[in-house]
Design a protein around this ligand. Sequence first.
Ligand code: SF4
Length: 315
Amino acid sequence: MSKRYLSVQLASPRGFCAGVDRAIAIVEKSLEKFGKPVYVRHEIVHNKYVVEKLKDKGAIFVEEIDEVPNDSPVIFSAHGVPKSVPEAADRRGLVHIDATCPLVTKVHVDAKRQNSEGRTVLLIGHSGHPEVIGTLGQLPQGEILLIENLEQAKSVKVKDPNNLSYVTQTTLSVDDTAKIINVLEKRFPEIQSPRKEDICYATTNRQLAVKTLTKNCDAIIVIGAPNSSNSNRLREVSKSAGCTKSILIGQADELDINWLNGVDTVGITAGASAPEILVQKLILVLKEKFDVEIEEIVVTSEDVNFSLPSALIEC
Ligand code: SF4
């Protein structure tokens, strides 16, 4: 029986960003330098496939510094950590390596600078996400306040409305964040913005690419982990751009092929922590079932690279 035709549009850019590449390289280089095992506090990036591969190579993932044995090196994840975490590692004399994405570190630096100039900082982000916990943890309680949505932007009470600044999580929806900032700027005309946009290039580009896919696709599949902020935003962005048939899956075997009934053109993208191999495995599954034609939709190219911490460069 002949297979049904299915047009596949692949978003470009998609998948790994420079911060994720760097974080994974830090774990691999640390294994080379220190030998097995090295400890990693929290998932180095939010992707099960990546974490399992690194476990196979000798990484051990823990949630807290207390779980790291004495004399073992520990790596902090790409999402960043509160100041208290390296302080706790120092108290124990642990070697620690920071895999925080430089674009998250930039947000930390900006929040600290604004606060040192006397401003309360409003952090736009999602409660409980490790990046948000890390950024909140750069300043004393009360000096940085979390704004999760428009309602909170409309109602937040501050001690001095003329001495405020805002920063954002790096992986938010560009459009939703602009609405929140608009409310804050109307309520607090003196509020200081970051020197440079906090939502990172990778988040912005992947959202632009998935929006472009929605113009021609009946359905969108986002590959990414359920706890990956930027992957969840890709699914939401595609829905709000008009493609209501949009799902997030961790890998190909989570796709119920019947979900594609009635779909002529499907768009595929991947969050910044999802490796390309997961996209290619999904395409293989689709090729088994359909007569697939693939077109890559390139909205922009990326050439961002981040260097490794100096302690690892020589190895
Ligand atoms: S998504 Fe952006 S902030 Fe997060 S690791 Fe990638 S480049 Fe860095």
